[in-house]
Unconditional design. Structure first.
Length: 361
């Protein structure tokens, strides 16, 4: 007997793909007899691998995205699956076309002009957040309301195998990194300039982390950012440099996740790595870009395991700078210049203490 099928669509960024896995978990609980498929881009597969709530990963590759003939063929591939329900967490025109063309009886996405025309259930987003899960989780869970699934807090999860962990430990040992000392991952460089805390300031943050703490430090960055990461390394004090394993770098995302799962914390720029660490239940201290709305993405902040800082948090301590005006005009460099590490140094030191990252002297 053929199973009924549900398709969840979440394309683009890895962090979004990871966050939307909560939909699959909620759907599995409500519809244990259904087959659950997840449509994503190929660069996001690593955060979905081994997820027990996903029966089949549907990969939309670059050819299908950018080639009209490839996209047309992909539409029919989706049509042949005979989905009963489509939950489109991406909600952009090309994904809405996919959901509509699928022929599913129920098609759900966010309320937009074009989605109203093609989908059976356009859902309005909440204007304000009402839980520490933030809008990132709350908006996605609202997509399940037409299916009789009430809101509840679900944390995104990444599933690492014992074999992957064993391999990660071996790599660290070969690099002279011992797990008898706390290992800290630094999210060293943001995905773009506006999301990158100035490296002169970040060096001071790393110095604070390393100061009087018997720890080992790894850097996370994109391969093309290596020179910028090296400049950050050189700005740290010699004592801090001695604790940084700069030559250890993992460019395979799945292997990076296994390494991160062995860390005591991930500290630094907000981005996909932050969400991955949280999904691995690793403590995070996050420095938000001035242009990112902190309350939309500081998921599961609790003042202990997950702490984040944003320039607006310190508005009363700053010079009479019109913070909101600078944010509106996207003058992030001016905002970054006043967002000095000294403003949140006490919070960072407290985070290190609360999460037992000091190591033994």
């Amino acid at each position: 007997m053929t199973k009924n099928k549900i398709l969840v669509i979440q394309k683009k960024r890895i962090g979004d793909v990871l966050t939307s896995t909560i939909l699959l978990e909620a759907l599995r609980e409500k519809f244990p007899e259904y087959e659950l498929h997840y449509l994503i881009y190929e660069n996001s597969v690593a955060v979905v691998e081994n997820n027990p709530f996903v029966d089949k990963i549907i990969i939309m590759n670059e050819k299908d995205r950018k080639n009209k003939l490839g996209f047309f063929k992909f539409l029919f591939q989706i049509r042949k699956e005979n989905y009963e329900i489509v939950v489109d967490a991406y909600g952009k025109p090309n994904s809405v076309i996919l959901g509509w063309f699928s022929g599913a009886k129920k098609t759900i996405t966010f309320d937009k002009i074009y989605s109203k025309l093609l989908y059976t259930h356009p859902i309005k987003r909440n204007q304000t957040s009402f839980s520490n899960a933030t809008k990132a989780i709350e908006h996605r869970m609202r997509l399940l309301s037409p299916l009789g699934i009430d809101f509840k807090v679900i944390k995104p999860k990444i599933f690492i195998t014992e074999n992957e962990i064993s391999t990660a430990k071996s790599k660290l040992e070969k690099a002279g990194i011992t797990l008898s000392k706390p290992l800290v991952m630094i999210s060293a460089i943001g995905s773009n300039d506006s999301k990158t805390y100035p490296i002169a300031y970040m060096a001071k943050v790393i110095d604070t982390i390393a100061d009087e703490n018997d720890i080992q430090i790894l850097f996370n960055y994109f391969p093309f950012q290596k020179e910028e990461a090296r400049q950050l390394y050189l700005l740290c004090t010699p004592e801090t440099q001695a604790k940084i394993n700069f030559d250890f770098y993992e460019d395979n995302l799945r292997d990076f996740l296994a390494i991160t799962s062995l860390c005591k914390a991930l500290i630094g720029n907000e981005g996909g790595a932050t969400n991955m660490a949280k999904a691995l239940n690793i403590p995070t201290f996050t420095i938000f870009s001035p242009l990112v709305i902190k309350n939309d993405w500081n998921m599961f902040e609790d003042g202990k395991q997950n702490i984040s800082v944003h320039v607006k948090d310190f508005e009363s301590k700053l010079p009479s700078t019109a913070i909101d005006d600078l944010i509106k005009t996207k003058e992030y460099k001016k905002l970054q210049s006043v967002f000095t590490p000294e403003l949140f140094e006490d919070q960072l030191i407290n985070f290190i203490t609360l999460n037992d990252i000091k190591g033994c002297k």
